[in-house]
Design a protein around this ligand. Structure first.
Ligand code: ADP
Length: 170
């Protein structure tokens, strides 16, 4: 069985991420969406919230998501995590040339750490390619409608989260 790991911060999961998960169905037999703690990125949502959003997103997928896809959190080195779940494929998404340099370096480092693991890059459909969690947060912070990028539930939670933060500041 080919097991793939799709790692990311997923802060929050977007339709772009979901599109990559769908595409991965053609490449691996099972995908583990690995939600990284990534404290260095100072995520807006906690690790458990981000994991819950991924779980809800997977439930909405068209295929038998429970069999094909599952999610886990991880705080360790990605290659160690892959080893622990017996995955030999890392799935990453590429949006633009700007993603390439970072992804290229990360793939090179991971290949050094564990040459038995390969990284496969997928592109989301044209409709979702430009979506990034970072911009979704910025748009939401400024009061814009993000329901074409994330689920309505996540859009509402983003608004609530920003309200909570601004109340804490004042
Ligand atoms: P990370 O902090 O690891 O970059 P992200 O959640 O931002 O975590 O992204 C996880 C992966 O999903 C990355 O490989 C990223 O390039 C990819 N990705 C995110 N959004 C899209 C999108 N709209 N289209 C294609 N790939 C995407």
């Amino acid at each position: 069985m080919r097991i793939g790991v799709y790692p990311g911060t997923f802060d929050p999961i977007t339709y772009g991420h979901m599109d990559i998960i769908h595409r991965a169905a053609g490449i691996v037999d099972k995908i583990i969406v690995a939600v990284a703690a990534n404290a260095g990125k100072d995520p807006l949502f906690s690790l458990s919230e981000r994991e819950k959003f991924v779980q809800q997103g997977l439930k909405r997928t068209h295929f038998n998501a429970l069999y094909f896809a599952c999610r886990q959190t991880f705080q360790s080195l990605l290659t160690h995590f892959c080893h622990s779940v017996q995955a030999k494929i890392i799935i990453r998404g590429l949006r633009a040339i700007s993603d390439f340099e970072y992804e290229f370096q990360m793939t090179g480092m991971n290949a050094r750490l564990d040459p038995g693991i390969d990284t496969v890059f997928l592109m989301a459909s044209e409709k979702y390619q430009f979506i990034s969690s970072r911009f979704v947060k910025e748009i939401s912070l400024l009061g814009g409608d993000v329901t074409s990028f994330v689920s309505p539930r996540i859009a509402t939670l983003l608004q609530q989260q920003f309200k909570k933060k601004s109340l804490l500041k004042s």
